[in-house]
Design a protein around this ligand. Structure first.
Ligand code: C2E
Ligand code: CA
Ligand code: CA
Length: 341
């Protein structure tokens, strides 16, 4: 736009464009809908070079798309910072995988009555050379976006299977190994082959393995997921639904899924037993698992009160800071040794 007098002129023009593009178009028997995403940069506020102004408008347009489209966004300096951070982090991620900067931590899953370790959840950590230890919430989303998650999860799987096998060989009893798998990982065509390869290489029994997939991912494409999980289930490993209660499962899908375990999301556990609604929901989930004849575990158990509530309601397995945080392989081994007595 030339000769912009007021900021409002820009807003009005952008709104007009969005409105016009949104008009349905009738072609033969079809009505077609379209929408636009608009990025805006300003001369001379944002920059004075045409090249940079175009680049910034482009960055702002991606922000508009990210916000769901059919809107406009003004470029801000922050957008460049975020884009830059992503590029840097992607580069670091690739490098980190190559250089072995990742480490698997393990969090025990406990029998609520006996305190015995029934299994371990593998949780990945990133030992970033300059930033320090990073938690997965920071890098898993970007790894998923860039597809690097497949490589990372294959590494976690191999490392954890080798470790757990070695513990069994030393006469320890770590129980089941639970691995988090993303949708991208499930769709990876060689996933089965990789599992079998590791099992053979480390003499890892398939009944020691459990895959955790979030309820949200399952429900995003249930038919496809059911088929993949059915195939995996045939290998003899177990399937757990993670973050249960946050993903709007339909009961009819649940019934068709080859699941062995529900993991009640920690957002519910943190509110029991004080909050009546949360307590009622947790009780219902426990009963649901029992009637489906599958295991149920509560995650994020932090207090004695929560533990007692779960025990009373018949939830036999718990995981959380109450018993232990995720710990390094070395620390976990000491726990197993202590358990053995
Ligand atoms: P998640 O699968 O729901 O894992 C449980 C998270 O809750 C872990 O966070 C764990 O450290 C934390 N946690 C455990 N007990 C407690 C507790 O008592 N209180 C509270 N407040 N938190 C507790 P973490 O390790 O930061 O992992 C975050 C998420 O990153 C995981 O959520 C999982 O979705 C993902 N993730 C972790 N490792 C992997 C991996 O190897 N592959 C993939 N695809 N995802 C992973
Ligand atoms: Ca999990
Ligand atoms: Ca979870």
């Amino acid at each position: 736009m030339k000769d912009v007098k007021k900021h409002d002129d820009i807003l009005n023009t952008a709104s007009k464009i969005l409105k016009i593009i949104k008009q349905p178009i009738a072609i033969e028997h079809y009505t077609l809908y379209s929408s636009a995403s608009i990025g805006i940069s300003r001369y001379p506020t944002d920059d004075i070079s045409a090249e940079n102004l175009l680049k910034y408008a482009d960055t702002a347009m991606y922000k508009a798309k990210e916000e769901g489209g059919n809107n406009y966004q003004f470029y801000t300096r922050e957008m460049t910072d975020i884009a830059y951070e992503h590029v840097m982090m992607e580069r670091d991620l690739r490098e980190g995988i190559k250089q072995g900067h990742f480490e698997v931590f393990y969090q025990p899953q406990i029998h609520v009555k006996t305190g015995e370790i029934l299994g371990l959840e593998a949780l990945v950590r990133w030992n970033h050379p300059t930033v320090g230890l990073l938690s997965p919430d920071i890098f898993i989303p970007l790894s998923e976006k860039t597809g690097l998650i497949v490589e990372l999860d294959l590494w976690v799987m191999k490392t954890a299977m080798e470790m757990v096998s070695s513990w069994y060989k030393e006469g320890l009893n770590p129980g089941t190994l639970a691995l988090n798998v993303s949708m991208k990982q499930l769709e990876y065509p060689d996933l089965q082959k990789e599992i079998l390869k590791n099992s053979k290489m480390f003499e890892f029994k398939s009944e020691w393995l459990e895959l955790e997939i979030t309820e949200t991912e399952v429900m995003r494409n249930p038919d496809k997921v059911i088929q993949i999980l059915d195939d995996l289930h045939r290998l003899g490993l177990a399937i757990a639904i993670d973050d249960f209660g946050t993903g709007y499962s339909s009961l009819s899908h649940l019934k068709r899924l080859p699941i062995d375990k529900l993991k009640i999301d920690k957002s519910f556990i943190s509110d029991v037993p004080r909050d009546e609604v949360a307590s009622a929901i947790v009780k219902t989930m426990i009963v649901l698992a029992q009637s489906l004849k599958i295991n149920v575990i509560a995650e994020g158990v932090e207090t004695q009160e929560q533990k007692e509530f779960l025990e009373k309601e018949g939830c036999e397995q718990i995981q959380g800071y109450y018993y232990s945080k995720p710990v390094s392989a070395k620390e976990l081994k000491s726990m197993l040794l202590r358990q053995k007595g």
